[in-house]
Each structure stands twice: as C-alpha cells, then as structure tokens.
Ligand binder design. Structure first.
Ligand code: GDP
Length: 333
C-alpha cells in the first residue's frame, strides 16, 4: 500500500514496530510544506510523543574537512557494536541556497549506511533555519519512537545552526583539528562555550604531537570561560576517526556526562528548557507561515514593499498596515 493510504494511527504503529520504510515516509511528511502533509505529520508526532524522549541526543559540529563524516561513521560503528540503535540527522543551513543537502548524506558514511540499526537522514532542505531545525527536532521524536536510543544531529561549524542544534541535544561535541599553533583562532567563542566535549581529530601519524598540543591549548582556553550551568567541565580529547584511535574514550566521556547530569538533575532540567524553547519556536514559525500565506497579505505585500522603496511610506507604517490587514482578514472583517 502507498503512503497516502496510511492513517496516522497506522503510521504510528509502523514506527513503533521499528519499520524503517514507514519511519522514512513519516519523516518525509514532517519535511513537506503541504498543508495536509503537515496535518498528518503533527498527528503522527503527537501519537509518537509518549514513546519518545528516551534516547541520548548528541550534537556534532566541525568545519568542513574536520572529519565529521569519517568520525560519525566510526562513532556509529562503535555504538552499533555495543548494541545500540543510531539515527543520524543533520541541519545544514547552506541547503537552503543550494536546495541540495550534503550533510547526513548516506554516501558519506559508508560502513554505517550498510547497518540495519542505523538510520541516516540528510538535512531537510527547505525554509528558514528555524523551520529546518524544527523539522529535525520533530524527526528526533519519530526516531525515538522507532526505538533509536542514540541520535546524532550533525551541523557545519559556521554559524547560527550550532545554536539550533544545541537547543535539541543533550551533549554537544565540537570536532577540531590541530593546525599551526593558532588553534584557537577563528573559532567562535560562542561555539566553544556550547561544547560539552572538544575532540581533536586526525591524531594519527605525524600529527599526534600537534593534536596533543592543540588539546592542551583548548584546555587552557576553556578555563577562561565561566563555569557551565550543568556543573560539567568540558573535556578535551584527541582521536583519529580514520584510524579508529581513541573512539571508546569519547563515548566513555558522553556516558559519564549523561550519568553526571542525570544525577544532578541537569539532564531533565535542560530537556524541559528545550521543550519550552520549542514551544515558542513553533508558535513563531506557525504565526509566520500563517501571515505570509494569508491571501489578504499576499495580495498587497509587494505593492506595500514598493511604496516603502519609493519612500511613499515608512517601513513601520508599512509593517503596521500589513499586520492590520492580516488581523482584519483573520477576524473576517
Ligand atoms: P567533513 O567535511 O567534516 O565531513 O570531513 P570528512 O569526514 O569528509 O573528512 C575530510 C578529510 O579528512 C577526508 O579526506 C578524510 O579522509 C580525512 N580524515 C578524516 N578523519 C581523519 C583522521 O582521523 N585522520 C586522518 N589522517 N585523516 C582524516
């Protein structure tokens, strides 16, 4: 039977059984811009919610070339061998422009993509960063309901997408490379401050000493930051994603963090804060969609914009006129 023949209840049943084909189709509904798909998706999410929340969610970031795909492949294989089920999701801000996301692409994770206990899904590619992030946030719920106990959310270390990822994960992992002694240059302070673990990749061959040096520089720099709310002091480790060196230590660190924050209550506190954040994000996104899809609004939007451009009216007057038009149309006046 085809996707359109499933009811939300049947979708949910398939997801709870761990049926990957049905899970993928449900994620496609989550990502769809069509109104009826969104309605279906929201109903499926609601039904799945009671079964969600039990995974450990890990954000992974690093600049292109840092070794994210190589690392995720070996991290993932390590976790699969421990008997875990892993979902790899992504938030790629550039996909908005190129309309084709690379992050999360299966072909980048060769070993993992052959594993039945791994679910790899590229970044949703349409809409604003907020919209893309919300879809990934919702996909986490479906993956958890399908029995995935570990979720990776990958992003490129270049900007605002880190904040979005940080708002949906329990542990934030920053992949770095050792360079020429100027390791700390060009790393945005905000990104470092979000990290619960900094891992220096490519610590292999001639690069081992440089990686260790970089690690001690990061450790020193972290001491300059105010203590994290979690009470956890971020760890710095070196490893090689390609040669599979130091992978176990990274997952021991994540496990230690989870134990530590579950004991001191921060784990649940942060999940609650995130739930609150996503409530407001959803409100904002929904209002925006409703506004820009409103017929009365779209009928006069470009004309109003032109009036602003030709200095006929100020931007504030224009904005007020648009909002008034929207509100009047909503109340049917
Ligand atoms: P991404 O852009 O962050 O996903 O990075 P990739 O995983 O595609 O890796 C970029 C390049 O670095 C590739 O040529 C990899 O083979 C190489 N690479 C990744 N991890 C390691 C590592 O641990 N050691 C070494 N020597 N090279 C690596």
């Amino acid at each position: 039977i085809k996707r359109r023949d499933y009811t939300p209840a049947e979708f949910t049943e398939g997801i709870l059984e761990g049926n990957i084909t049905i899970l993928s189709q449900a994620v496609t509904l989550v990502e769809s811009a069509k109104h009826e798909h969104q309605q279906m998706a929201q109903e499926i999410i609601e039904r799945c919610l009671p079964y969600a929340g039990k995974s450990v969610r890990i954000g992974i970031t690093g600049v292109p070339g840092a070794g994210k795909s190589t690392s995720i492949d070996s991290f993932g294989m390590h976790l699969i061998k421990e008997g875990r089920k892993l979902a790899v999701l992504a938030i790629d801000p550039s996909s908005e422009r190129s309309k084709g996301s690379i992050l999360g692409d299966k072909t980048r994770m060769e070993a993992l993509s052959r594993e039945k206990n791994a679910f790899i899904r590229p970044s949703p590619s349409a809409g604003s960063l907020g919209g893309v992030a919300r879809k990934t946030r919702e996909t986490i719920v479906l993956c958890e309901a399908a029995g995935f106990d570990t979720v990776f959310v990958e992003t490129v270390g270049v900007g605002q997408s880190e904040t979005a990822v940080h708002s949906m994960v329990d542990f934030f992992l920053l992949i770095q490379l050792a360079g020429t002694g100027d390791e700390l240059q060009g790393i945005k302070r905000g990104i470092m401050e979000m990290a619960d673990g900094i891992i220096i990749n490519k610590a292999d061959g001639d690069n081992v000493d440089k990686a260790r040096l970089a690690a001690s520089q990061f450790k020193n720099a972290l001491h300059l930051f105010p203590p994290a709310e979690s009470g956890w002091f971020p760890k710095v480790l070196t490893y090689s994603g390609y040669y599979n060196i130091g992978i176990k230590q990274i997952w021991d660190m994540v496990a230690e963090y989870v134990r530590f924050t579950k004991d001191n209550g921060y784990f649940d506190f942060k999940r609650n804060e995130q739930a609150k954040y996503w409530m407001y994000e959803s409100i904002n996104e929904t209002l925006k969609d409703s506004f820009y899809n409103n017929k009365a609004v779209t009928a006069i939007l470009s004309q109003t914009e032109n009036q602003v451009l030709s200095n006929e009216i100020s931007s504030f007057v224009a904005a007020k006129r648009m909002i008034d038009t929207y509100l009047a149309n909503l109340s049917g006046k």
